[in-house]
Design a protein around this ligand. Sequence first.
Ligand code: NAP
Length: 251
Amino acid sequence: MSNLINKNVVITGGNSGIGYATAKKFKQKGANVIITGRNKTAVAKAATELDVEGIVADQANTDDTHNLVDTVKEKFGSVDVLFINAGVVKFAPVEEMDEAQFDDIMNINFKGAFFTLQKFIPILSKGSSVINLSSINAYTGMPNTAVYAASKAALNALTRTAAYELAPQEIRVNSVNPGPVNTAIFGKLGMPEEAFNEFAGVVQERIPMKRFGEPKDIANLVAFLASDEASFITGAEYNIDGGINVNPILQ
Ligand SMILES: NC(=O)c1ccc[n+]([C@@H]2O[C@H](COP(=O)([O-])OP(=O)(O)OC[C@H]3O[C@@H](n4cnc5c(N)ncnc54)[C@H](OP(=O)(O)O)[C@@H]3O)[C@@H](O)[C@H]2O)c1
C-alpha cells in the first residue's frame, strides 16, 4: 500500500490499543499522522513513541472537535484519511444501566463520532476515506451490552447514510466491526481480574480461530480501506472477528 505515502491521516483515540497500532501502521507506510485522546500525558507519550503529532481532544465535546478541525486544517490543510476510532465500553444489564453511563457511551461512541465526521467534512479531500470503528456487538444480543451495541449500530447506520451523501464529493465511508481484540479497553471495565480471565476464556473458546484479535489485525484492514486499492468500497461493513459471528447451527 505504497499509496499511503504523504497521506494526511487523523486518528481519534490514537494513544492506545487499535488507534495506536493503526497510527504505527500508517506512519510506517509514510503517512503524516495526527492522533487524539483525552489524557494529555497519554497523548504526548504515544505521540513521542510513534513520532506523530498528538492533539488533546475529547470526542464527546463538540467544542474540542471544532478546535481539533481548526488545528488539523492549520497543520495539514486537508485530510485524506479520518479514522473515527475513539470509544468506550461499559457493561450493565438493562435494569441497572444509569443515565450518566448511558450518556457517556452514546456521547463518545455515537454523538461524538457523528460530529467528528460532520466537522471534518469541509477539509476532507477528494478521494478521501473515513473509517468508523464499530463492533460486532452492533448485531448481537450479548447480555449487558444494550447501550454499547446500540451506539455501534447507530454508528453503522451513520456509515451507510454518510457514504451515500458524500459519494458525489468522492469521500468514502466504511465501518470496521471487530470481535474481541487484546487492548486496554477490557481493563477499563472495572471487572476483577479473575472474573475477566474467566470471561475471556469463555469468549476465546467461542471464536473459531481460538484467539482474540490483535490491534495490528485491525490496523491492517483500516490501512487497506484507507488506500486507493479500496477506491470502489463505500457504505460497507467489515467484520474482523476470527469467525465468532458465524452461527454454525451444528458443531
Ligand atoms: N478491544 C475490543 O475488543 C474492541 C472490539 C470492538 C470494537 N472496539 C472499539 O475499538 C475502539 C478502540 O478501542 P480499543 O479496544 O483500542 O480500546 P483502548 O485501548 O481503550 O483505546 C481507546 C482509545 O479511545 C480513546 N478515547 C476514549 N474516549 C475518548 C474520548 N471521549 N475522546 C477522545 N479519545 C477517547 C482512549 O483514550 P483516553 O481514554 O486515554 O482518552 C484510547 O486512546 C473503540 O471504539 C471500541 O469500542 C474494541
